[in-house]
Design a protein around this ligand. Sequence first.
Ligand code: KG4
Ligand code: ZN
Length: 349
Amino acid sequence: MIVLGIETSCDETATALVGDDRRIIVERVLSQIAEHRPFGGVVPEIAARSHLDHLDRLIAETMAEAGIGFSDLAGVAATGGPGLIGGVIVGVMTAKAIAAVHRLPFLAINHLEGHALTARLTDDVAFPYLLLLVSGGHCQLLVVEGVGRYRRLGTTLDDAAGEAFDKTAKLLDLGYPGGPAIEAWAARGDGRRFELPRPMQGRPGLDFSFSGLKTAVRHLVEMLPKLDDQSRADIAAAFQARVAESLADRTLRALRRCREESVPLTALVVAGGVAANGALRRALGAVAAEAGLPLVAPPPRLCTDNAAMIAWAGIERLRLGLRDGFDFAPRPRWPLDPAAALAGEKRLR
Ligand code: KG4
Ligand code: ZN
């Protein structure tokens, strides 16, 4: 069983063919970073046009490289949300068209479900597991109980982890995207030179917050007589350390909560673009060891946005006999745990 996956929810146009034997047959990722860089962030209109310009060609190349035709597919899966709606529409319409013409099942995949299930593609992890999902738009702790069954334990009260990296990189003038830039600069810095606050340190609950840390970086930058390269590296190192500590602290609490509730976790899984960060991986390794669980961290190229995770989520759903109708409408918002999202919105109001 081979599924074609399509990902267009942000600034990567991606396609992949994945088999139900967990084999990634072909994978293509076209980054739009260069197109968005002059603006310091993703411009939705540019993203949508760029997906439209490249997606058909990418799909043709992907099929040609695998040497198969559309009739050899078991289904076509596209990100149906959440994300920038223009891009999501491009991917969903393309997938529907291929599915309709070749009479294939169409699957609208929740992008977050793609990240959440990647560990089962790379490492065959059994349910249930604790997932720390850290990307540019999301920062959540979820118990992954099964396909389509997610229980949210905590989320961010303000910025997502990746957003915090991106905004801090902007403050330090390190370029875009911020996460990889901060990690590279931090490697040359001394994280002990500047004191930055530890977000949510010792606070009860499982939620995250990064805006205080970001503000502290801004004040620090304003107070420095000159922002030279060594200061940039030192601030980047301190910032990255505080973020990793905060994510690890909340994750450890979540693992303890699961133990109190006798959830039979098989692993701690980290996913999303920020999961590519080495300092975070090390901090989470220690947390997992303390809880006596393996840490499953997919390779960085499968942590950031890609289409293999979308194809894989499609396979997981097809196996359960699930598919979507052609009346599926792309969704700019699409929480994995709608009950928790609703409760959170009420709490914040
Ligand atoms: O999952 P992703 O590719 O896209 C979203 O769905 O958001 O995540 C992108 C985010 C960006 O904020 C980027 O700065 C961050 O992941 N990121 C990193 C690293 N690589 C990417 N953050 C920290 N360290 C990295 N090495
Ligand atoms: Zn993502």
